[in-house]
Design a protein around this ligand. Sequence first.
Ligand code: PGA
Length: 269
Amino acid sequence: MNEQKRPVIIAGNWKMNKTRAEAEALAKAICQAAEGQRDLPAVVLAPPFTSLPAVVSVCSGSQVKVGAQNMDHRDAGAYTGEVAPPMLVDLGISYVIIGHSERRQYFGESNATVNLKLKAALQHHLIPIVCVGETLDERENGLTDAVVSRQTAAALADLERSQLDTLIIAYEPVWAIGTGKVCEAFEANRVCKLIRVTIANLYKDKELAQSVPVLYGGSVKASNIDEQLACSDIDGSLVGGASLNANEFISLIKSGQKRISLQAAESCS
Ligand code: PGA
């Protein structure tokens, strides 16, 4: 279990799902479940752009935060269909997912665009959740570590140590996303640790690497989250499918809560 007092984070990526009314209902159920709870993990809901204002309004005054699933790196201009960081800030958004594998796979995002978006998010004080992870082909060819380290280093290119205070990284093996094939907790933990080693090597700073929360994502559900959260280098979950159902997502939040309470109990003993 995480001994570094890093925050525990449970984030739901709703992808291209939910109308505004459905999004409001789901956010309401989650906020109600979170109300008055102690030891709550950081809970982040990332609905589609069209539902962001409604979900921000439902979550205002609650412990639940709202994130966007993507953004452009530029502040404004003739970029049809894009959404700029200041627009998210203006809505009261606090988090943004960057470089999700579906963005890389279907929308041509590269390590270079991920780096630009990460810089823009930090500049606008949005908390970035940067996704890295290997494809099945890369894993089968023994390239997992090389790919994950390269994506991590490329995302962080030209960033100063002082800019990384709010960075969150999510290890999401592409072959585990939406497939029901979860990465074994032991292996997910190993790769999450490798991400920290990569950061430590880049900045020659082990303490910095220990302070960065690293999440696991890929077919996370109530039946497998506890073993992931019991691992020393996994600080939470980025959840797709299981975040679309209120009861399922609330049970993931409860798992995060359980881990925080256990951690508190251990540090007292
Ligand atoms: P999944 O998606 O939980 O449906 O596998 C995870 C993600 O894409 O972040």
